[in-house]
Design a protein around this ligand. Structure first.
Ligand SMILES: CC(C)(COP(=O)(O)OP(=O)(O)OC[C@H]1O[C@@H](n2cnc3c(N)ncnc32)[C@H](O)[C@@H]1OP(=O)(O)O)[C@@H](O)C(=O)NCCC(=O)NCCS
Length: 187
């Protein structure tokens, strides 16, 4: 499988999804140091620009190794970075990967993840040949649960007390969407 498949540029009506660059680091730090954005994340909010450098370098390494795809979500109208979305925990043999996303607070509620998520899911199914895409979220993360349901995911289970971040223990809700499932509400 070609390395280029892990560095896609995907266009939707309002958004461009493309690999992150080091020049995105300041914007990434502004988004992912926000405690509201990180409330349900499995890591603490980012603290320094080094966190952003490490993220960009780590995701590009992982894409070169064909282990995951992490894409910046940019607004077409301004080229502003709205957030990121990714396919990770890629298991080539089982044709499955996990999806994750995070947007700047100013960009919530505009349906951007419906648009970006569906484009990334279609890329996963049609280009990478995935059969299943899964997601793991904090069951209290209602916006994320709604976004996943709109994207056609089904809730498949609950793993109790799975995470401890900064001393706070939380459960995980597991979601899945199969290539053979009917599309989400945006497709
Ligand atoms: C989860 C997230 C990506 C959803 O993306 P989005 O583009 O805002 O999704 P939508 O516009 O479809 O909105 C989904 C739901 O979010 C909620 N929401 C919308 N705007 C909101 C706001 N300003 N504040 C709080 N919740 C809001 C609503 O419940 C909405 O559902 P509705 O449209 O049926 O009312 C985004 O909220 C986010 O980045 N959250 C922080 C990071 C995170 O928790 N990521 C998930 C872990 S993988």
């Amino acid at each position: 499988m070609s390395e280029d498949l892990f560095f896609p540029v995907v266009e939707t009506k309002r958004l461009i999804l493309r690999p992150l660059a080091i020049s995105d680091s300041e914007s990434l730090l502004a988004i992912f140091s926000d405690p509201e954005v990180m409330q349900y994340w499995n890591t603490a909010p980012w603290a320094t620009i080094q966190d952003a450098f490490d993220f960009v370098n780590g995701s590009n390494d992982s894409m070169r190794n064909r282990e995951s795809i992490t894409l910046g979500v940019y607004l077409k109208s301004s080229d502003e970075l709205a957030g990121k979305c990714m396919l990770f925990n890629y298991d080539r043999e089982s044709k499955r990967a996990e999806i994750g996303f995070g947007l700047s607070r100013l960009c919530w509620g505009k349906g951007y993840i419906n648009e970006a998520g569906e484009a990334l899911i279609q890329y996963g199914f049609n280009v990478l040949g995935l059969r299943r895409i899964e997601a793991e979220i904090d069951p209290d993360n209602l916006s994320s649960a709604k976004a996943l349901e709109k994207l056609g995911f089904s809730r498949e289970g609950l793993l109790r007390q799975r995470w401890e971040v900064n001393g706070i223990v939380s459960d995980s809700a597991l979601y899945g969407r199969l290539a053979s499932d009917k599309p989400g509400s945006t497709a």
